[in-house]
Design a protein around this ligand. Structure first.
Ligand code: COA
Length: 222
């Protein structure tokens, strides 16, 4: 864990019993729910996304600046479709997981991963230990450590679910995101093509790659 993250975690103590319970859903990882505080004392709840979050996610989308929207979704669409929102909030919490940061009942940031083997067409062989990660934080709440904390929670949950490598597609000018990813692990490889970086990052806490090679028959799923 980097110094910056350690400092963040030390001054944000977990008080999970103060968090409002969310509607019961089979498989919902309630253990990922934590209440923390930003440096200025603002309470923020980190928790897994829930299908009931559809309206909150849609409102977040509308509050994003066109630039943030483009950097996250690579599109300048003004209005997300109902099916897109449904896709974003309906997850299995193993192959697809999203963690939100909620402040005063509104979602201000989301970090997610999608295991490539689960979302790619079955004919395309994919490493079950690799997942595509993405994050967005509402412009008004940026620069306060929210993405750092979201990504750290997401990567730790990912490792617990057999995901060892995050991949991400990042616009070449998105230096903030490149810096954020370096906190999450080591052995980051980057490839630049057409103004976009494809980044691969071995997550902290993941077993060494050799262990995967030595046990090819083992499933990466829990
Ligand atoms: C990239 C993005 C997710 C960063 O979110 P964020 O919440 O502002 O990120 P953080 O606050 O954790 O870190 C950003 C910077 O703020 C700094 N920072 C400021 N106050 C901080 C605090 N209290 N605690 C920790 N870091 C703080 C961090 O050190 C970091 O500095 P750096 O850029 O020099 O490394 C956000 O800008 C965004 O949503 N962009 C649009 C979408 C996007 O680009 N997504 C990535 C592609 S999927």
């Amino acid at each position: 864990m980097g110094d910056r993250l350690r400092r963040l975690e030390e001054c944000n103590r977990v008080v999970s019993d103060e968090v409002e319970p969310i509607a019961w859903l089979p498989g919902y990882p309630a253990e990922l729910t934590e209440q923390a505080f930003l440096d200025d004392g603002t309470p923020v709840v980190f928790r897994a996304i829930h299908p009931d979050d559809a309206a909150r996610v849609e409102r977040l989308f509308h509050r994003l600046s066109p630039q943030a929207r483009y950097m996250r979704f690579f599109t300048s669409i003004a209005r997300p479709s109902a099916s897109m929102i449904r896709y974003l909030v309906t997850l299995d919490y193993v192959d697809r997981l999203a963690i939100v940061a909620e402040i005063r009942g509104e979602i201000v940031g989301v970090a997610r991963y999608d295991r490539l083997a689960a979302v790619a067409p079955p004919a395309v062989p994919m490493d079950p230990a690799e997942a595509e990660a993405a994050v967005v934080v509402e412009d008004a709440w940026q620069g306060r450590g929210i993405a750092t904390r979201l990504l750290w929670r997401l990567s730790s949950a990912a490792v617990n679910r057999g995901v060892h490598t995050f991949t991400a597609t990042i616009l070449a000018q998105n230096r903030a995101m490149m810096r954020l990813l370096t906190v999450l692990g080591e052995n980051m490889s980057t490839e630049l093509s057409g103004g976009e970086y494809t980044v691969k990052l071995r997550l902290a806490g993941a077993p060494p790659p050799r262990a995967e090679q030595d046990a090819p028959g083992d499933s990466a799923h829990p």
